[in-house]
Design a protein around this ligand. Structure first.
Ligand SMILES: C[S@@+](CC[C@H](N)C(=O)[O-])C[C@H]1O[C@@H](n2cnc3c(N)ncnc32)[C@H](O)[C@@H]1O
Length: 335
């Protein structure tokens, strides 16, 4: 999934650093908590390595995807894909609110893809209510729906705005594709504010990947949230935003971020804590270092990225700038 702050391309860097700091060899069955889980790539990777994974995110669409990646086993029913893909489209919430043909004034999906999304989403609810599928199978297909439909969104990248004209990838006919079933110990997914959850859990490695800036995920992925919940929300404005006042993250505000971060580090009952943060985030490197150092032995590792910006007309005159990704590490005292 195309997601702000996805750590897909940083998995090797994370894994090498975790090994260096913890001395855990591959195959050691340690527990790993991925509590700002987003797409779930990090948790799924560690489940695949044999860790017992705890996963969490404030957003419900992320919880759904992680519920599948972290908890499901091959006991789920995989025989429904053709049935779901062959359903005739219906005029449901997504078509009525996010497709141009309904007169919504919004252009997030083509009419036919929006109607197909509605048909699959409605069918999953119906099958669950009729006990024709269990919860695991329901989350398997719902997670696959969220992951697949995102590839057909008519946006520049996130759902903060839609494009006026339908772009090439959004014009294709939507096909539901199944997410993989991850081999590894069954873990547990949560859908809570991290500062609450941290009181309830404990383990070996805690991985933290909070938002770095003021962009709230709830506003940027509101359409996926509504597909996941399918709760007929009142939507407003040009982009059809749902009310997200109860999902605003304190990690997205310069005023609150240091306090909630310190609260989290203080309460965490984990021996090793790793924080991903880049050099352009709301907390400065010194603030992070000062907070983490209070609770044990602190160190950090870096990886430099070169961001390339191609010239508008041709791929000449390439200009580059750099961003540095930090992994802050803490070996906690008394844990
Ligand atoms: C940088 S993204 C994580 C990306 C993830 N590591 C990946 O590779 O896909 C940050 C995530 O933290 C979640 N989040 C923000 N504030 C939170 C909070 N207070 N409690 C739990 N999750 C939160 C957001 O919904 C978002 O999915």
């Amino acid at each position: 999934m195309n997601y702000i702050g996805s750590k897909y391309s940083l998995l090797d860097f994370l894994h090498e650093t975790v090994k260096k700091v913890t001395n855990y060899e591959d195959g050691t069955p340690y527990s790993f908590a991925d509590l700002f889980a987003g797409t779930g790539v990090v948790g799924a990777y560690y489940r695949g390595l044999g860790c017992k994974v705890l996963s969490n995110d404030l957003q419900y669409y992320s919880f759904v995807v992680n519920k599948h990646l972290i908890e499901n086993t091959d006991s789920v029913r995989t025989d429904l894909l053709d049935h779901l893909n062959s359903l005739p489209g219906i005029d449901g919430f997504i078509y009525n609110n996010y497709c141009a043909g309904s007169g919504s004034g919004r252009n997030y999906f083509t009419d036919s893809n929006g109607r197909k999304c509605d048909a699959i989403r409605t069918e999953l609810e119906k099958l669950l209510k009729a006990n024709e599928i269990d919860k695991d199978t329901y989350f398997y297909y719902l997670a696959s729906l969220i992951n697949s439909i995102d590839k057909y969104a008519n946006t520049a990248s996130v759902y903060g705005a839609f494009l006026k004209n339908i772009k090439k990838s959004a014009a294709k006919d939507f096909i539901l594709e199944p997410l993989p079933i991850v081999n590894g110990p069954k873990g547990k997914a949560y859908n809570k504010d991290i500062n609450e959850l941290v009181n309830e859990i404990e383990g070996d490695v805690l991985y933290l990947d909070p938002p770095y800036n003021e962009r709230q995920y709830c506003a940027n992925y509101h359409v996926l949230e509504t597909i996941a919940k399918y709760d007929n929300p009142t939507v407003k404005g040009v982009t059809g935003l749902r009310n997200y006042s109860d999902q605003k993250s304190a990690f997205c505000s310069a005023k609150t971020v240091c306090d909630v971060f310190e609260d989290l580090i203080k309460k965490a009952k984990f021996k090793y804590i790793f924080l991903s943060y880049n050099n352009e985030g709301l907390m400065s490197l010194d603030q992070i270092k000062d907070i983490m150092s209070k609770y044990g032995e602190y160190s950090f590792y870096t990886k430099t990225y070169r961001r390339f910006k191609a010239d508008k007309d041709e791929n000449r005159n390439i200009s580059a700038n750099e961003t540095i990704e930090y992994l802050h590490c803490l070996v906690k005292k008394d844990s």
